[in-house]
Design a protein around this ligand. Structure first.
Ligand code: C5P
Length: 242
């Protein structure tokens, strides 16, 4: 059934999904790779659409696949599909430009984090609503981290206690994200990086292990397993449904 988004919601979610996914090996755009018989993008959008605050979803699709992505997602949720750009940042900018007037909170969420629970969307949005200009979900770093030279020799050990692995959805006050994109010069791998450059404070909320970024063949296998496991969080916990 097509999910109806909340016309009184205050959140727009941008989904950059135009990457080639070369690290997954051959097989087409990453967002269209399948787990449980469905493309990653479908899983990601279904979970976003289950978050009660979401008013608008804009997907940036591979430029050659816009029509196919529109058809793919039409049964999942009512949303906007735009052609993505040559970099993730360009894809986000294209999606941002397509957000209609209304939502004052904008989240940016990678399609590759297909199993992200709706409750994480809500917790990031809630932090912006609570007064933050920019919010990222983070997890502690569990591995020891070393700095290594180009020829594979250890230069030093980094103190991991202050390090965090950053996930999406990243949340922003709409005007803050628009200003950061307008001022952007070099492409960065995330949007919080852009607003940091503007001197904006970026706050952290706890991330979710289910928001793992499906990047390599191992991640695809892990995601497939998680999808079949009983402990996968619901698409939307009951408390989050309107
Ligand atoms: O390449 P990477 O894994 O960092 O991509 C993160 C997200 O950005 C993915 O969801 C990918 O589809 C998206 N992306 C995009 N446009 C690009 C490159 C990546 O929308 N040109």
């Amino acid at each position: 059934m097509t999910a109806q988004l909340n016309p009184r919601g205050d959140v727009a979610v941008l989904v950059p999904a135009a990457g080639a996914g070369v690290r997954l090996g051959p097989g087409g755009p990453k967002a269209l790779r399948r787990i449980g018989g469905e493309p990653l993008l479908v899983h990601a959008v279904r979970r976003i659409a289950a978050a009660r605050s979401v008013h608008t979803i804009v997907v940036a699709a591979p430029p050659g696949d816009v029509r196919a992505v529109r058809e793919l997602l039409a049964p999942v949720a009512e949303l906007i599909v735009v052609p993505g750009g040559a970099t993730r940042q360009e894809s986000v900018a294209a999606a941002l430009a397509a957000v209609p007037p209304g939502p004052e909170i904008v989240l940016v969420h990678d399609a590759a984090r297909a199993l992200t629970p709706a409750i994480l969307v809500e917790s990031v949005a809630a932090a912006i609503r609570g007064g933050e200009d920019a919010v990222i979900p983070v997890l502690p770093v569990v591995d020891t981290i070393k700095e290594v030279s180009a020829d594979g020799v250890v230069l030093g050990t980094v103190d991991r206690s202050a390090l965090r692995a950053v996930q999406t959805p990243q949340g922003f006050r709409r005007s803050v994200l628009a200003a950061a994109h307008a001022a952007a010069v070099d492409p960065l791998t995330d949007d919080a990086g852009l607003v940091e450059k503007q001197g904006v404070r970026v706050a952290c909320v706890p991330g979710s292990e289910y928001a793992l970024k499906i990047t390599r063949p191992f991640d695809l296998a892990l995601a497939e397993h998680l999808l079949n496991a009983e402990h996968l969080p619901d698409v939307a916990p009951a408390a989050e449904r309107g």
